[in-house]
Design a protein around this ligand. Sequence first.
Ligand code: NAD
Ligand code: DAU
Length: 344
Amino acid sequence: MTKCVLVTGGAGFIGSNFIFYLLREHPENLVVCVDKLTYAGNLSTLTPVLQHPGFRFVKLDICDRDAVMKLFDQERPEAVVNFAAESHVDRSIDNPSVFLQTNVIGTSVLMDACRAYDVARFHQVSTDEVYGDLPLDRPALLFTEETPLHASSAYSASKAAADLLVMAYHRTYGLPVTISRCSNNYGPYQFPEKLIPLMIANALNDRPLPVYGQGLNVRDWLYVEDHCRAIDLILQKGRVGEVYNVGGHNEMRNIDIVRLICRELGKPESLITYVTDRKGHDLRYAINPGKIKNELGWQPQTPFGEGIRKTIQWYLANRTWWENILTGQYQRENEDICRGLGVS
Ligand code: NAD
Ligand code: DAU
């Protein structure tokens, strides 16, 4: 029997990769992608699946309660995977309010719809940033699922608030929920405002590579496909009411990533420009993925060296995709594709 999976934020980076993964690995599913198409939503990303019989796109704001309820009434999803979010820390420093709206209110609207329509699973895609940061000089310290929430930015505070709400809906209403908290993702279709795609795009255009502070902050990088596989496993086998940390045991300093990108592209390190540090900049993230490994058998499959080369190759081969973002052309294409689909 066809299972309807509703994926929010599917025109963004991880959501689109997850849709490709689902349609490939579970061809029996019907995938309904819900996206508001904010600046981060790019429908051209979904071109390969727009005509797929198991796929449907709906333009919708997850904060719009009436529209969400109507959609659930029509589609009767069995599972909801919530990727929709404002996701960029720097933007949350400039304008926190939209982060609270989408990341907190939007999540509660989706869960109200799940309650009203007896959805069998609500999965919240969360982040390791809810734990705050770790010191640089104690490498043995890692985030576990028991690490207290200690957010630093409006982005991470909004994600932490959403996580608390998700657990509250589970306890109060018995909503069947799961949460994954993943470390930094990289791979195809990432918006060129985030570290890796920004550095690739700037290097290819011989533009300065802006490194915050001294570039010594550490992130734990995971190839996006490994994250998608983890979410799928949690949907299939994860225990309801549980949080699963997802990370690659792959800590790297920002400056080392930027130097590696210069080397791979044959660009001079003189492009590197040290700029004013991010306000409240988290020093280090590092995940202990022991729970998902022991309970569900998940492990990352893509070593960083392989993943970063694949990613750089993808940005080289898909220059139009990111150049259209830099010129703003992608937003006109979004309108054209919506018109073609009869979506308003
Ligand atoms: P993204 O910014 O690339 O995509 C977000 C998508 O959500 C966009 O398509 C956007 O149009 C859509 N959206 C935003 N507001 C919406 C609204 N109100 N209604 C409907 N759609 C809306 O983000 P991403 O990097 O793909 O991240 C996806 C999720 O994963 C987020 O929840 C983020 O917090 C989480 N996450 C990201 C990372 C990472 O490294 N990128 C790591 C861990 C967790
Ligand atoms: O850890 C998971 C999180 O990873 C996700 O929850 C977020 O949605 C995602 O955006 C990402 O957050 P970060 O702030 O870690 O990612 P970003 O790519 O913005 O920055 C990575 C590091 O690089 C960080 O230490 C800041 C630094 N940086 C970033 C940019 C954009 C620079 O030095 N220069 C830059 O221009």
